[in-house]
Design a protein around this ligand. Structure first.
Ligand code: GLP
Length: 248
């Protein structure tokens, strides 16, 4: 497989990346107002969410008919918990953008019957007509959603054991304030691969190794992001400084 470097759009700044990503979402919604979109959590998409909220407020973006799912969350964490990804998305995007409740389906990370929730979640995505767009961040270890290195690429929504690296990264990000759960719940790589379009956002020097693995162009289960190499409609937006990042 050849390296798909031509499909990477290098952005000069975080602001440019956010604007380009928002343009991408806006184009989709112009084409298909009822589009079904899966959303990432993390620092990376914050600029995008800010752009989308600002455009929605200025009536330059019609979100009213779109439907939103999320990609992942910590297992067992309720929506009121500060670590909750569902809470994060509501706070940073869904509420300020004015998305109606009936157009939102987020993973119930604290469901008692978690296996049933995984099945219900996939059924809800299918009932919505499948994902038109999966927007992804990238883990330092190459994870997408919470699909960690070694994940089964044929998996749909499932419970995952989080890697030490992921838990340590997240502990550092929250200044050790919270116990980082050992498990997560995530849409699977097969769920992501089935999205009609994928938008991968890559920001920050900590992602250099994972992006390099992707650019190497070889599908490698140790780098889950390389599962995207065969996606037929993938756009990668990355900060330009990662183009020449020193991997040492
Ligand atoms: C977390 C999430 C991912 C996210 C990634 C990157 O582990 N499970 O969905 O994409 O981290 O986060 P950040 O954008 O904060 O670097």
């Amino acid at each position: 497989m050849s390296a798909p470097t031509s499909s990477i759009l290098w952005c000069r700044s975080g602001a440019e990346l956010a604007r380009t990503a928002a343009d991408h979402v806006a184009e989709l919604l112009a084409r298909k107002p009822g589009a079904v979109v899966a959303l990432p959590t993390g620092q990376t998409p914050l600029g995008l969410y800010g752009e989308l909220v600002a455009r929605a407020a200025a009536k330059r973006l019609a979100l009213a008919q779109a439907r939103f799912f999320n990609l992942d969350d910590y297992l067992g964490v309720g929506v009121d918990h500060p670590l909750s990804y569902a809470r994060f998305l509501r706070e940073h995007f869904l509420r300020p953008a004015g998305v109606a409740e009936e157009r939102i389906r987020l993973l119930k990370a604290d469901a008692v019957a978690v296996e049933a929730e995984c099945g219900d979640y996939e059924a809800a995505i299918a009932a919505a007509g499948g994902l038109d767009l999966a927007i992804l961040g990238l883990g330092t270890n190459g994870h997408i959603g919470f699909n960690e290195p070694g994940s089964d690429w044929s998996a749909r929504t499932h419970v995952v054991r989080l890697s030490q690296e992921t838990r340590a990264t997240h502990a550092a990000q929250t200044q050790g304030q919270f116990h980082i759960p050992e498990y997560g719940i995530t849409v699977g790589i097969a769920t992501i691969a089935a999205a009609r379009e994928v938008l991968l956002l890559v920001v920050g020097p900590a992602k250099a190794r994972a992006l390099a693995a992707f650019r190497a162009g070889t599908a490698d289960p140790n780098w889950p992001v390389t599962a995207l190499l065969t996606h037929h409609n993938l756009t990668v937006l990355a900060e330009a400084e990662l183009q020449t990042a020193n991997l040492q």
